[in-house]
Design a protein around this ligand. Structure first.
Ligand SMILES: *Cc1c(COP(=O)(O)O)cnc(C)c1O
Ligand code: SF4
Length: 348
């Protein structure tokens, strides 16, 4: 899961963001020590850390509050005993990705859009992630040199938008990304490129000259959907990264996950949307948690989620209110939550 090669020659060619990636903290005890929280060690789950290891860039740790065990950024990354609880209804493949896999890392669930599991690597491991149990090794697009993915995209002329996802697609080196987009240039029905990445937030150094060159050279309009759940995830380094992306005409959107203990108040959500806007990012989706094993302690009830969303709509201009959605297996798109609630009632 480490994107950088380890021979001395290749290390010499390592970019700054790759070096920062390599220096990420991977030991939960080291993370707690950096925050002056050694006394919290009894909360750590070794089993959870084995199943899905801790990984967090040092720049992201610098945005956590020193000495605060309830810090909303810390809560997103620390493997805790709560994850070991077995809770009915929390499954391994909660979003039905298995059934929509087309091979070569391509997942085609929605009209006109195909999502590519570009790579399994991420710069940060988020405890609530719905892909923490995803069988990456079997099915990532880059691992197979993109060949099968490009073939699947080429043979289906209904696909107009390619969404690079993962894992985190920007964990791939620039030349690897260019390899894909060079091959896609020859596919006439592709009209838009979208990138879903948490890297510009958690490791903003990724937005370097090489990445900007690649983006600038694309023949399609490009959208970057970043992922921040709390306003504290933004700082001057993130602002600078966003400004560079905007200066070359990239559309910037944010998707967040509604997480208990992180952003489950109107104030926290409103501040997130406003802070994102200051950085040049518009809210896109607020996701209701996908019910995967080990994430139950993050869940916010649908009733509370709707209440928070109503509060947000009463606080912010319409363009700063994200769509509150849930992923339901077999649906033609993300389902707005009000509809999801009544849909479930009707189905019972
Ligand atoms: C979320 C998702 C998309 C993108 O959906 P939009 O509503 O267009 O943002 C596409 N494919 C899959 C498999 C997804 O899960
Ligand atoms: S960066 Fe995204 S894909 Fe990676 S662990 Fe976090 S939520 Fe999951």
């Amino acid at each position: 899961m480490i994107p950088v090669a380890s021979t001395p020659l290749q290390q010499a060619q390592e970019t700054r963001w790759q070096a920062l990636w390599r220096q990420a903290v991977r030991d939960p005890r080291e993370l707690l020590a950096l925050l002056g929280l050694e006394t919290q060690a009894q909360r750590i789950s070794e089993a959870a850390a084995r199943q899905f290891p801790l990984r967090v860039p040092r720049g992201f740790i610098a945005r956590m509050r020193h000495g605060d065990p309830e810090d909303p950024l810390l809560r997103q990354v620390l493997p805790v005993l709560d994850e070991e609880r077995v809770v009915a209804g929390f499954e391994l493949d909660a979003v039905g990705d298995g059934a929509a896999r087309r091979g070569g890392g391509v997942i085609h669930k929605y009209a006109g859009r195909a999502l590519l599991i570009a790579t399994g690597s991420c710069a940060i491991n988020c405890r609530y992630c719905f892909r923490r149990h995803y069988p990456y090794a079997q099915d990532t697009a880059a691992a197979a040199g993109w060949r099968e993915a490009v073939a699947r995209l080429r043979e289906d002329a209904s696909i107009h938008e390619v969404i690079l996802s993962g894992g985190d697609p920007l964990s791939l080196a620039d030349h690897k990304l260019a390899e894909l987009t060079d091959a896609l240039r020859a596919v006439p029905h592709i009209r838009r490129l979208r990138i879903h990445s948490r890297l510009p937030i958690v490791l903003p150094e990724r937005v370097d000259a090489g990445l900007l060159d690649w983006l600038r050279g694309l023949p399609w309009p490009a959208t970057l959907v970043v992922h921040a759940n709390h306003s504290n995830e933004f700082d001057a380094s993130v602002d600078a990264a966003m400004a560079k992306l905007r200066s070359i005409g990239i559309t910037l959107l944010n998707q967040a996950v509604l997480l208990r203990g992180v952003n489950d108040s109107v104030a926290a959500l409103a501040t997130l949307c406003e802070r994102g806007f200051e950085a040049g990012v518009l809210p896109y989706y607020l996701h209701q948690l996908d019910r995967v094993v080990g994430t139950a302690h993050f869940e916010v009830s649908d009733a509370r989620a709707l209440e928070l969303h109503a509060g947000l709509s009463a606080t912010l201009p319409g363009y700063l209110v994200p769509r509150l959605v849930r992923e339901i297996a077999g649906q033609p798109g993300k389902t707005p939550l009000a509809q999801a609630a009544s849909g479930t009632a009707a189905a019972v």
